[in-house]
Design a protein around this ligand. Structure first.
Ligand SMILES: NC(=O)c1ccc[n+]([C@@H]2O[C@H](COP(=O)([O-])OP(=O)(O)OC[C@H]3O[C@@H](n4cnc5c(N)ncnc54)[C@H](O)[C@@H]3O)[C@@H](O)[C@H]2O)c1
Length: 253
């Protein structure tokens, strides 16, 4: 299937690294003008350079997704520069600390909720206002298999990703008649800096966690990017309000 995003703008948060970066590169390779946004300025600028070297178009806007004013600045700059937001991927997220619920520090809990939940809520508000003016748009929120099931030592992360799926479904219903499709993807453990932090804490987890994945391996950022990309294509035009697992079969278990 030939899927092209020529003359379209894709805005991706947390795109200096991991899944966001792989998604930005994939959209750019297929013709999209890409807005890279992240707290990490050096990493974000490096992705812009890589896209431009390959002949694509991209800008970087330093953004804290948990801060509404910062998100407003991001969306204003994106529209001023490229004229539209056709695809928005609310991807920026943090894992939080690895701790049982009763021991979970309140500040750590609040931080996970601010970045993972407020970040998606604020982003969608701004994206939807623009997409209503355009008469079309596609939003993908990055949840996790932790949005579909429980996970030990990860109560705040799990709660935040369940919330992302709730926001996705509700927003999809609100705008189903406005030609705005809103879906979530739910990756299993994927080899990115966020995930590798678990191995830093305890190297034995590398083998242990893999055993729970029916395919017997971790996902790659590129495989997750492909799922996001397909959901934004015309070919997926009847899908909205879904939480799609990209998980090597884990949630089939
Ligand atoms: N890697 C996995 O195993 C996995 C599995 C399921 C879901 N996810 C989700 O995928 C998304 C991307 O994660 P990743 O694994 O690529 O991680 P990553 O750490 O490689 O990338 C996340 C990026 O988000 C940025 N970021 C963090 N807080 C931010 C903020 N407040 N404002 C703007 N940018 C911010 C970071 O600087 C980083 O560049 C996250 O939402 C994560 O929860 C990851």
């Amino acid at each position: 299937v030939n899927i092209s995003f020529e003359n379209q703008t894709a805005l991706i948060t947390g795109s200096a690294s991991g899944i966001g970066k792989a998604t930005a590169l994939l959209f750019a390779e297929n013709g999209a003008k890409v807005v890279i946004s992240d707290l990490n300025e050096a990493g974000g600028e490096a992705v812009v350079t890589e896209i431009k070297q390959k002949g694509g178009q991209a800008i970087f806007v330093k953004t804290d997704v948990a801060d509404f004013a910062s998100q407003q600045n991001l969306h204003e700059k994106a529209i001023a520069h490229f004229g539209s937001i056709d695809v928005a991927v609310n991807n920026a997220g943090i894992g939080g600390v690895w701790s049982k619920l009763a021991d979970y520090d309140h500040k750590d809990y609040a931080q996970v909720m601010c970045v993972n939940v407020d970040g998606v809520f604020f982003g969608m508000q701004l994206q939807i206002k623009q997409m209503l003016k355009q008469g079309k748009g596609n939003i993908i929120n990055i949840a996790s298999i932790a949005g579909l099931r429980g996970l030990n030592y990860s109560s705040a992360y799990c709660a935040s990703k369940h919330a992302v799926i709730g926001l996705t479904k509700s927003a999809a219903l609100d705008y189903a008649r406005n030609n705005i499709r809103i879906n979530a993807v739910c990756p299993v453990f994927t080899r990115t800096p966020l995930f590798e932090k678990i191995f830093e804490a305890d190297a034995s987890y590398e083998e242990k966690l893999k055993r729970n994945i029916p395919m017997g391996r971790y996902g790659t950022p590129e495989e997750i990017a492909q799922g996001i990309y397909w959901l934004c294509a015309e070919q997926a035009g009847f899908m909205t309000g879904q939480a799609i697992a990209l998980d090597g079969g884990m949630t089939a278990n």
